[in-house]
Design a protein around this ligand. Structure first.
Ligand SMILES: *Cc1c(COP(=O)(O)O)cnc(C)c1O
Length: 386
């Protein structure tokens, strides 16, 4: 990115960072480069540093440059999925006998990767309530803990963690603060500015934004850590392909306008649910009654597009609501333009059953899309039977 571009605002960066017009043709959109290998001008004479498609690819570089700019990082790396990014991060920073702290309501896949996969290779872990800095502090084992892993808002309970406080205690313990920023997106929250060492994204969600591509990213400030991660990304090979990188970059251009509409609609959905007789609890950080509301107002631009709620009547009632919704499509995932509804205990968080991360059976999670808000509200009223 040119210096001129790096000083611009978020919306400008989303459209221009890493995306200068193609020098050969003037094309205003970065090309998809499918080439797996690049001609050398004499042995080792690489053009622009490109040698082999796993090591680096120009379309991927465009996406990585844009993501680094959006998070205020020095470098981003794009992966085949969010889980590929997480796996690479864990295996770069941790070894056998090391310890990580994860949220007690972590994304189910993160829990599974740590507790079922990395644990077999000797990684130790504890789950802590990340809304409680004292609890996180108590879970940290100085010298052994390499990562304090945080999501905020958390999934699916939408709890808010204090990034500044967690960054300070993590630094004191000689560990690294990793923030999964998938739910907020860089438009709403920039963890590196609050002292995080690594930002993780499932770009499958808001950054891609159209439910048509799976991808992941890591973003860092520290150049040495960036080099170690890039080394492992190349050594392990879980890279984003050029077509996927291109599609993700295309989505990222409209992130700001989409997020604003997701937030507008989610605020209206949260207000409807809060006054509904069949709803026993609404979890949305934009509600003043939410325990993390003030903190969210401090560290987020707005409160996001995810809303979770619990219904009267237990699991059977929650399943019925999920099945009665029409415009809200019954599906896993989130962050796309279309609204989704799901039952975390049976779907996204099924693998956490019987663990400290088990979620309430009467909980429903919404990914509020950018359709007409009135249509979304009518669909929810119908699904709730009123
Ligand atoms: C989806 C998701 C992931 C995993 O990303 P994939 O792209 O599905 O591999 C990680 N963290 C959060 C919060 C997610 O929602």
């Amino acid at each position: 990115m040119t210096d001129e571009v790096s000083q611009h605002g978020f919306e400008t960066l989303a459209i221009h960072a890493g995306q200068e017009a193609d020098p050969a043709t003037g094309a205003v959109v970065p090309p998809i480069h499918p080439a797996s290998t690049f001609r050398q001008d004499g042995v080792g004479g690489m053009r622009g540093g490109y040698e082999y498609g796993r090591s680096a690819n120009p379309t991927r570089t465009a996406l990585e440059t844009c993501l680094a700019a959006l998070e205020g990082g020095t470098r981003a790396l794009a992966f085949a999925s969010g889980m590929a990014a997480e796996d690479t991060l864990l295996r770069t920073v941790c070894g056998p006998g090391d310890h990580v702290v994860i949220p007690n309501d972590a994304y189910g896949g993160t829990y599974r990767l740590v507790a079922k996969v990395a644990a077999r290779w000797g990684l130790e872990w504890s789950a802590a309530d990340v809304t409680d800095a004292t609890a996180v502090q108590a879970a940290v084992r100085p010298g052994q803990t390499k990562i304090v892993w945080v999501e905020t808002p958390t999934n699916p309970l939408l709890n808010i963690a204090d990034l500044d406080a967690l960054a300070a205690l993590t630094r004191d313990a000689g560990a690294r603060l990793v923030v999964d920023n998938t739910f907020a997106s860089p438009y709403l929250q920039q963890p590196l500015a609050h002292g995080a060492d690594v930002v993780v994204h499932s770009t499958t969600k808001y950054i891609g934004g159209h439910s048509d591509v799976v991808g992941g990213a890591l973003v860092v400030l520290d150049a040495e850590l960036a080099a170690e991660l890039a080394y492992h990304q190349n050594a392990m090979g879980p890279v984003a392909g050029p077509f996927d990188a291109w599609l993700t970059l295309r989505g990222a251009k409209t992130l700001a306008v989409r997020m604003d509409r997701h937030c507008d609609n989610a605020e209206r959905v949260a207000a409807l649910l809060s006054g509904h007789p069949r709803v026993v609890e609404v979890r949305y950080p934009g509600l003043t009654a939410h325990p993390g509301h003030e903190l969210a107002a401090k560290q987020m631009r707005r409160f996001g597009g995810m809303v979770s709620f619990r219904v009267a009547g237990g699991e059977a009632a929650a399943l019925e609501v999920c099945e009665r919704a029409r415009l809200f499509t019954l599906a896993e995932s989130l962050g796309g333009v279309e609204s989704l509804i799901e039952h975390p205990a049976r779907m996204t968080h099924a693998s956490a059953a019987g663990s400290p991360l088990e979620v309430p059976p009467d909980l429903i999670r919404l990914s509020v899309g950018i359709e007409s808000a009135d249509d979304l509200l009518a669909d929810l009223r119908h699904a709730l039977g009123s």
